[in-house]
Design a protein around this ligand. Sequence first.
Ligand SMILES: Nc1ncnc2c1ncn2[C@@H]1O[C@H](COP(=O)(O)OP(=O)(O)OP(=O)(O)O)[C@@H](O)[C@H]1O
Ligand SMILES: [Mg+2]
Length: 408
Amino acid sequence: MAKVLKERLMTSIDIGTTKICVLVAQQTGADNVEILGMGKAPSEGLQKGVVVNVAKTIQSIQQAIKEAELVSGISIESAYVGISGAHIRSLNSHGVVPIKKGMVRASDVISVLAAAQAIPVPEGYQVLHVLPQYFVIDGQERLQDPIGMHGIRLEVQAHIILGAITSVQNLVSCCEAAGIHVDDIILEPLASAQAVLSEDERQLGVGLLDIGGGTADLAIYQNGTIVHTYVVPVAGNHFTNDIAIGLRTSLKDAERVKIEHGSVDLYENKDIQVECAQGGNMRTISTQTLGMILHARAQELLHLVRKEIDNKHLKIYCTSGLVITGGGSLLNGIDVVAKGIFDMPVRIGNLHVSYALPGTLETPIYATGYGLLLHALKTRQTPFGRHVDGPFVKRVVSRMKSWVNDFF
Ligand SMILES: Nc1ncnc2c1ncn2[C@@H]1O[C@H](COP(=O)(O)OP(=O)(O)OP(=O)(O)O)[C@@H](O)[C@H]1O
Ligand SMILES: [Mg+2]
């Protein structure tokens, strides 16, 4: 392990519907981190990706933080935190500014992003991310990086992500009550994309579907940037509930059966034991019955995503197909069902990292936590470290710096 330097330390907290996962890492290169410790606790205070019980959420965060501190031997003070949930909205916007000194500088990019953000934000919502899709100077070709180019007028097309203020506040106050300062709030699909998509996929165009416990988050990329985001409030917990109802078993046993034998295969016929709902006795059922239940729910979920892709004409962006990640992607055969429904190549998104990870982290369940770290790395490497006066300006400028870095 490299010598631990405080200024290189970073922590992420993935506050999911089923688990809270804390990763402590040290930056080891421009886009590399070394994981120093992990802490995990069952998440009891969330439903469909949003906090519904503050006390339970604080407790789970504290438990996961404590475990990560013990494993890494590092005291955690602040963290990058992921956000998701059905309250997330996204829209595309346009901004124009004059180029002040005839050549685009970082300050012009910040101004044009601020102009793109001047939209009527619905009451109770706040801007979480402003993600530039492309820039145009004087009506010419689309550019990814306008800095240093000459011209008079700078335009940007940006994707704006909004979140409900109350959901953001609940997340921040849970972390603060657990003794953790929030460095930034990052949309979870953006984070997962960092962890599982290759650079080529993001350039050519790809869809990323993170099937968690409470929500399935869709993010569509092309030309290295996000084009569309959508959150479906159906995910892993619904599969478990269906099994519990369909097989008349407890939720706990339904979850076990899903993880041990879950498959969308309609033809596999093997006897398995499940616990009766009232507890105690075991019953024998066929995996074919289990497969029918899971297949039906997988179809429903994937058809909801397909409807969004069709309604918003997004298929043209998915040149490289669809990547499925999150715990729900571990359901056997879900990629095969998805291939049929989307009529495009589908793969399971395991972590796409340039060095070996501790074995236990090599599962799509940790894609968001790991991606939060990679996303934070990008926002740290900012070339705009000047002209900051006072705390408010500092906050606004650093927020904008992070938008600029969402892009570069
Ligand atoms: N082997 C498996 N087969 C099927 N499903 C699985 C498997 N392992 C985990 N899951 C399911 O994955 C879900 C949890 O995934 P994940 O950890 O990505 O969710 P989360 O981040 O807690 O939730 P969310 O992102 O929705 O807030 C659970 O519903 C769990 O049952
Ligand atoms: Mg998740």
